[in-house]
Design a binder for this molecule. Sequence first.
Ligand code: SF4
Length: 65
Amino acid sequence: MGKIVVIDEDECTGCESCVELCPEVFEFDSDAEKAIVIKPEGGDEECIEEAMDSCPVECIFWKDG
Ligand code: SF4
């Protein structure tokens, strides 16, 4: 059991900050105008943490996978 990255899409404002910081894990969904997680199992944890810290609405979370 690992942890996975999730975005609360209801809260996401589509600012793209996480996408810029960590494009391996987050992608911008231009239809929904929100960010989505393309690599839920993570990757570079440091950049994920950075993305979490930079998210203006703090809607990126770790969840037990
Ligand atoms: S940083 Fe937060 S609000 Fe901005 S696109 Fe990513 S998840 Fe959405």
